[in-house]
Design a protein around this ligand. Structure first.
Ligand SMILES: C[S@@+](CC[C@H](N)C(=O)[O-])C[C@H]1O[C@@H](n2cnc3c(N)ncnc32)[C@H](O)[C@@H]1O
Length: 388
């Protein structure tokens, strides 16, 4: 079996991570996806025979489906399955669309929601993968508590080693009583039954960056939850001198780099871009809350710079790249960010990157730009500049 061949309970799929061409043999799904699909097929509520006879599977929400394995699995069981898919990551949305198409599966009955849109109140079942960020998980459960009728089953797939009493208590506190299945392939499924009580939603966490007179507010799935990232701090202390008119904050998180850029280069137009919808929303909020000029910022929910307007040409790209995708440690996103930055920069334009020394970004930048200068370092982090 290759890294792309998914096979579970008679369902055969070819599944890719997104972007598809990344150099990795990591899978686009994990055993918890298989466990959830196996559970669905075996469960008494939605047996495959029942599905075949009634042809009307229940309204089902799918949350945190990395690259669409759950969507593809359910649509492969029954193409008319009404699915309500919630994700914060654009790459997850694009990956699911890619995988549905690659397996010739229809998406007509799939409705998509980002992480701040409320799901409908007509759901009868929820399938969910446990995210790494537990504050975000609690927030997702609170959001579900606002819409799920009492008695709705929520099935949460996760690695067995991540499930403990504290997780079950967190689920009970935010949605309803929960218990975990036996272990299968080192994963377990938590079954929660919504108790019908609406919980208040967690508020964004707000903290000051006194040195720059900025207030930063982070929604629950945004990087650097309650304090400035160390890499970002060094970047803020070393912004390049000069005049810049079009700046991209690539992988903006809460927007800290772009906000500071707006102070340092007051005439510049700033583009904030992130894979996380909550990050883009936080950047927009922070721009407004810090009283910056409303018409000098644009906000993009995107995978790197893939879908930005063709005409957009930048003279400075600021980037503090991620070095993981979900649970997988990978440098392919950084590589794509550097490639996209080179494509969007005007001749003479600058990409400035902060990174942990051991990530060796200077090797990548030299390969791409044929030049790379270290403009600051503190032992652990480097600030690198490459000119197009
Ligand atoms: C290390 S954080 C930096 C955040 C912020 N710029 C800072 O310095 O605090 C990396 C950011 O890249 C975003 N990211 C990850 N994959 C991405 C992708 N494919 N396209 C755009 N942004 C991505 C993450 O959501 C995260 O906000």
């Amino acid at each position: 079996m290759t890294a792309n061949q998914f096979s579970c309970e008679g369902i055969e799929l070819t599944l890719f991570r997104y972007p598809k061409q990344q150099e990795s043999n990591l899978q686009a799904w994990d055993a918890a996806d298989e466990h959830l699909i196996k559970h669905i097929i075996e469960s008494s509520q939605i047996e495959s025979s029942q599905i075949e006879s009634s042809k009307s599977p229940v309204n089902t929400a799918i949350i945190n489906d990395n690259f669409g394995a759950l969507q593809c699995g359910l649509v492969a069981i029954e193409p008319s399955w009404p699915l309500f898919v919630e994700t914060d990551a654009k790459t997850s949305l694009l990956g699911a669309e890619l995988n549905l198409a690659a397996n010739q599966l229809p998406s007509d009955n799939i409705q998509r929601f980002h992480s701040r849109e409320l799901l409908p109140d007509t759901l009868q079942l929820v399938l969910m993968k446990l995210p790494k960020n537990l504050s975000y998980f609690a927030h997702q459960l609170q959001r579900l508590s606002q819409v799920l009728p009492k008695g709705t089953q929520v099935l949460i797939g996760a690695k067995a080693k991540t499930i403990n009493k504290a997780i079950l208590a967190l689920i009970e506190k935010n949605l309803g009583a929960a218990n975990a299945s036996l272990t299968w392939k080192k994963t377990r499924i938590i079954t929660c039954v919504a108790d019908g009580n609406k919980r208040p939603l967690a508020q964004a966490v707000t903290w000051p960056v006194e040195a720059f007179n900025l207030n930063i507010s982070n929604l629950s799935n945004v990087f650097a939850a309650n304090k400035l990232d160390i890499g970002a701090r060094i970047m803020l202390d070393n912004l390049p001198e000069g005049e810049f008119n079009n700046i991209i904050d690539l992988g903006c998180g809460n927007g800290i780099l772009g906000l500071r850029a707006a102070q340092v280069y007051p005439k510049a137009n700033i583009h904030f871009v992130d894979d996380s919808e909550m990050a883009v929303a936080s950047s927009r909020h922070n721009w407004q809350a810090n009283g910056l000029a409303p018409n000098q910022a644009q906000f993009h929910w995107d995978d790197c710079l893939t879908h930005l307007d063709e005409d957009l040409v930048a003279d400075l790209v600021l980037c503090n790249p991620p070095f993981h995708q979900g649970e997988a440690i990978t440098d392919h996103i950084a590589w794509q960010m550097f490639l996209d930055a080179r494509k969007r920069l005007a001749p003479g334009g600058m990409l400035q990157v902060v990174g942990n020394r051991h990530l060796a970004y200077h090797v990548k930048l030299k390969r791409l730009f044929k030049n790379c200068n270290t403009v600051a370092s503190n032992g652990k982090f480097l600030i690198l500049q490459a000119i197009k």
